[in-house]
Design a protein around this ligand. Structure first.
Ligand code: ASP
Length: 342
């Protein structure tokens, strides 16, 4: 049985590989290969580790779909050569990138594990080493010669989550991520304890396929008390928008003002898809539970159920690129494609 795995480490940027600029005191990206040489712990791992890096590592605030496609391409090119992939990424937008990758890889048969850190790897109190070393071990987990994890995961502070269920919830503590609607896939203590019943099944039948077309003509509108009619009319009059994510209250509730409902309904009749996602970090949209969501259901708003905003954005860009009819779009969006919703 093969226990030694070949792992590809992909460094995109983020705090993990940053150093302090002596002049400004701000953290900036650094040459990761140089840093890797200074982590003796990696040499103790039983796995073979190769690394590739973005030519210009970025702070993940500058992440965008073109970079998601680039990461997907780097994995696709090396898919047959490696048993698992670890993507080092800034924590700020890690959930968005990891969610996007989960949709872009259909019938994934190997682990893609995202990780990063709150403190640079060279820092004395860094959380980077544990995150990095354990992510590599997780990517290398095999049973009967087959990878244990066959989905896109996000490992941070002793927990592996399904990536498309995560949200960054803390800018201070090492425990920076939460997955409110789905339990951790694995917890790291003295042993790595895998919650097998929660894993996304590996698809032995289908061939792995990478979808590299995304449509970013979308808008994210968060509902809040006092939404101004003129401002909203202006926003909704923008014809280029093909999809809107409406971040609603609680179980998917929104103001019932006629002007607002009309704006949504006119957009839907123009062919714009409107997806209802809750602004709560846990729980689910359930249109019709309250009177204040009946109107949305009636005009054909798509239910995001318990999807995160990050995964909803990724799924919307992924599905819009497929040019589906509004009816088919609604059916597919409301179906779990990669375990992103219940
Ligand atoms: N600003 C950084 C980034 O997202 C934060 C981090 O890496 O945690 O790239």
């Amino acid at each position: 049985m093969k226990t030694k795995a070949d792992i590809l480490l992909i460094y995109t940027g983020g705090t993990i590989g940053m150093v302090k600029d002596a002049e400004t005191g701000s953290l900036k990206a650094f040459n990761f290969d140089d840093l890797l040489q200074n982590i003796p712990e990696l040499k103790l791992l039983e796995h073979t580790i190769d690394s590739v890096s973005f030519e210009k590592p970025i702070d993940s605030s500058n992440m965008r779909p073109a970079f998601w496609i680039k990461i997907a391409g780097m994995i696709e090119e090396n898919y047959d050569r490696y048993d698992g992939f670890v993507v080092l990424h800034g924590s700020d937008t890690m959930s968005y990138t990891a969610s996007a990758l989960s949709f872009m890889f259909e019938n994934l048969g190997k682990p893609i594990i995202f990780t990063g850190s709150q403190l640079p790897i060279g820092d004395l109190r860094t959380d980077a080493k544990e995150n990095l070393v354990t992510s590599i071990q997780i990517a290398g987990l095999q049973e009967k010669g087959k990878p244990v994890i066959t989905e896109v995961g996000l490992y941070f502070e002793y927990k592996l989550y399904r990536a498309n269920r995560t949200t960054k919830i803390n800018a201070e503590y090492f425990e920076a991520f939460a997955s409110m609607n789905y339990p951790p896939l694995l917890e790291s203590g003295v042993h790595l304890s895998v919650n097998r019943s929660l894993l996304w099944p590996s698809s032995e039948k289908g061939k792995m396929k990478v979808h590299k077309k995304l449509n970013d003509e979308i808008a994210l509108i968060k509902v809040y008390p006092g939404m101004n009619r003129k401002v909203m009319e202006h926003l909704f009059s923008f014809m280029e928008v093909k999809g809107i994510i409406l971040e609603t209250y609680g179980t998917g509730n929104a103001p019932t003002d006629e002007w607002f409902v009309n704006l949504l309904s006119q957009a839907i009749s123009r062919g714009v898809v409107v997806v209802n996602v809750t602004q709560c970090i846990g729980g689910s949209v359930n249109m019709g539970q309250y009177e204040t969501s009946n109107q949305l259901k009636r005009i054909g708003v798509v239910s995001g159920k318990d999807i995160t905003v990050e995964a909803a954005i990724a799924k919307l860009m992924y599905l819009l690129a497929k040019d589906l009819s509004p009816k088919v779009f609604k059916t597919i969006f409301e179906t779990s494609l990669r375990g992103e919703m219940n």
